[in-house]
Design a protein around this ligand. Structure first.
Ligand code: BT5
Length: 328
């Protein structure tokens, strides 16, 4: 019902929507409409009520609720089902639970704040309230297990394109799961999987975007390595619009990934969005540190390094440090 009311208020040509029209659209009483308006006002919506005219939306807060995200969303799979929480431990954890319970593919889990947001290998992800996008998508691609990890690269392309389209920020992908601007991280991706033998049951793609986090709000250990879209652009950016753009950019790439059986056909798009190739890097792998020039990425998303002695190494999984960080 909140969604219907919000939609009517946003769509009203003269600004005002009568209580009667809302009653009819929602099939409830005037009192019930009034209570909903009150709830919305409590949530931060500035709604003017004028006798004989009805209600008018003066200003809306920056929320990432289902109602806000659905407003104008043009996808047909991603975000058709939305689960919103004001506070949660981790959207990836809830998405995993929901996926195990049979939640449909494309379900979006999103929170205003995470109390135990996580990165890879048990690292923490700083997720303060009111200022970020902390979201997870449930996907069920019918693909061999070997292709599962490539979804992180697909998501990175979608995310980088979405930042550009929604905010004009030209950032770049640092292999495998970071989006950086001027060497500082503004987004991270954490893919988790539930699989058996050679079958993917589901993937959870967790995406964290620092949208309106003020630079001085980051904890000391992140100050020099993290940034936000607000810090880059010098203005606050409405979060719901960025979420919609991420979903809209991700959907066609995801369909391509499923249809073509993996990352292969998206490799050129990845290359166009990356800031890793052509750099001297150190790959911190389970077999130790490997230093070299990042030469290429193959159709499986594997990074190819050329070491000083000319020998080439394939990097399947690693954290990387860029040595000559001049343009990123
Ligand atoms: C990541 O891990 O970059 C994956 C981040 C995924 C976060 C999303 S939010 C929604 C969903 N639910 C979750 O619980 N997680 C996902 P990794 O590459 O391991 O990077 C982690 C490192 O990034 C940390 O050790 C910090 O150094 C740094 N970091 C932590 N919080 C950050 C932030 N908000 N912005 C930039 N850097 C951050």
């Amino acid at each position: 019902m909140n969604e219907t009311i919000l939609h009517m208020l946003r769509d009203a040509p003269g600004g005002f929507v009568s209580g009667e029209a809302m009653c009819q659209a929602c099939g409830v009483s005037r009192t019930s409409i009034w209570k909903h308006i009150k709830d919305m006002q409590d949530a931060g919506y500035n709604i003017e009520a004028v006798r004989n005219k009805g209600y008018r939306l003066v200003d809306a807060p920056d929320l990432v609720t289902a109602a806000e995200i659905r407003e104008g969303l043009s996808t047909t799979l991603l975000g058709q089902s939305i689960v919103y929480r004001e506070t949660i431990d981790s959207t990836n954890s809830l998405a995993q639970q929901l996926a195990l319970g049979g939640a449909p593919e494309g379900t979006l889990v999103i929170a205003d704040e995470q109390t135990s947001g996580r990165g890879r290998r048990g690292r923490q992800w700083f997720s303060p309230p009111h200022s970020g996008i902390w979201m997870s998508l449930i996907l069920r691609p019918e693909l061999p297990l070997a292709h599962a990890a490539q979804i992180t690269l697909v998501a990175a392309v979608a995310l980088n394109q979405a930042l550009s389209r929604a905010t004009g920020v030209q950032a770049g992908i640092k292999w495998p799961n970071d989006i950086l601007f001027n060497g500082k991280k503004c987004c991270g991706i954490l893919t988790e999987m539930h699989a058996e033998f050679d079958q993917i049951h589901h993937l959870v793609v967790g995406i964290g975007i620092n949208v309106n986090v003020a630079q001085d709000e980051f904890p000391a250990e992140l100050e020099g390595i993290a940034t936000s879209l607000q810090a880059i652009r010098g203005e606050r950016i409405p979060r719901a619009q960025v979420v919609r753009t991420v979903l809209e950019e991700f959907e066609p790439l995801y369909r391509q990934y499923v249809l073509n059986g993996g990352f292969g056909t998206l490799r050129d798009a990845w290359k166009a969005n990356n800031i890793t190739l052509g750099r001297h890097i150190v790959a911190h792998t389970a077999r130790g540190d490997i230093e070299g020039l990042a030469l290429d990425i193959d159709e499986f998303g594997v990074l190819l390094l050329e070491k000083a002695d000319g020998e080439r190494e394939k990097i399947y999984s690693a954290d990387i440090t860029v040595i000559n960080q001049t343009i990123s």
